[in-house]
Write a protein that binds this ligand. Sequence first.
Ligand code: IFM
Length: 488
Amino acid sequence: MDNNFIVIIDDMNVKPSQEINLKAHTRSFPHGFLWGASTSHFQIEGNPFEINNRLSDWSIWANDPSHINDQSSADQACEFFDRYATDLDLLSSLNLNAFRLSLNWAAICPHPPIGNDLKINKEMIDYYRKVLQMSKDKDIKTFVTLFHFCLPQWLAQEGGWQNEKTAYEFTRFAKIIANELGDLVDFWQTINEPLSYSYEGFIKGVWPPGLKNGYPQGFIALRNMLIGHAAAYKAIHEISKAAQVSYAMIWRPFIPRRITNPLDLLVTYSRNKMFNHFFPMAVQSGYLQCPFPLNLFSELQSLAGPIPDLKDSADYLSINYYTREICEFSLNAPFLPLGIRSDLKTLPINALGWEICPSALLKLLTIDTRSYQKSTTGKDRPIYITENGYASRFSADLSIGDWSLKDEERCDFLHSHLVSIYEAIEAGINIKGYLHWSLLDNFEWAEGLQIRFGLVRIAYPTQERTFRDSARLYAKIAGSNNLIDYKK
Ligand code: IFM
């Protein structure tokens, strides 16, 4: 650890003088509720083995500054690879008992198989064993994601998720991990946010593979992710019968711009069906549908049908939630598949322009996800909120933006969303945990390092870590298991 590295942890007791005024109140969360923070490997690790050898599609993509809004580099990120012990100390000193991380597939399986023989990198397995063992020693439950947007480059070169082969290689990876690390994993997540992946990489083209308006390709990638998810779910259960396995789904409630306009309603309906329900419906029913307007592509219609082992392949619901979206029909692009989103914002927004809408979280917990809260055989699926957070902005070199630790907006965001979760629990919804995005400021994909989601502020030039006020507020809530009253 270098000498520049200073961790500032001071008194966790939040005092009124610190601008956060907390009053004791008895809105308790259920006994055993998990309080945690989420991360993903590429966004925090700065793994020298991956970076030096450009082993993943993302390390190659991000190495081209024209792909990253602030031209910052992901190569160092938060140096979690070297600093994980300190970061787990930080997490635990915030009274948190859950940690979500993802595994670096490209670093664990750096080369394609020869024949059927796939070599695994034991050093990387040892590294993750240490991270997971340290979490266990600190009584921190682990949520482990197998695919969080990054592919080994040897698979990306063969078409990535557009090639069904990736689903089989993914299953092989899941088996390796279940055998090597399964004893230390509490909750499994096969794939993170398949719809974000497909949308950003195949429609917007701002993530690898960088296709624009590739609707058929994006749909094929989703289909192969469903195949991979189902096979990985089965493989993990064969190795560990009691495993808790799911996939992480981003939910974005859509509302029409004009409630009486049938075309706005149609856009809202089709976006909701595709972005929110496509994947969960397939997992629930075991059947791949090709919803309107994707069914207008003749090459996609024939892909609809049952997928082996997909039905009911989720033991819990993993919900990521950030914002809602207003939808409108536009004559400029009347046939654009999935409809048009509107730039209209009627609520306060974060640095990414996302509206802050805690009531949409309450609605999605109590209404939108209702039909997935039980399996088709009636088995209860508890909910874990696996991401939820607030984006602020300041540049990686610390020259532009808000450097303050007084992140009132993030405090408000955190508290108001926890109010929604509390109310959903009161309404009888079985929510068992909340993991904030994110523990640390990190590399926010095409936005780069300038977008900050951390409870812990990172000064990238020195890697100094410092708690923001939101971290202190969260520590207080998690430590008391109580939604303390919070007033500015
Ligand atoms: O940073 C991402 C994360 O990787 C996936 N969910 C959304 C976050 C914020 O954009």
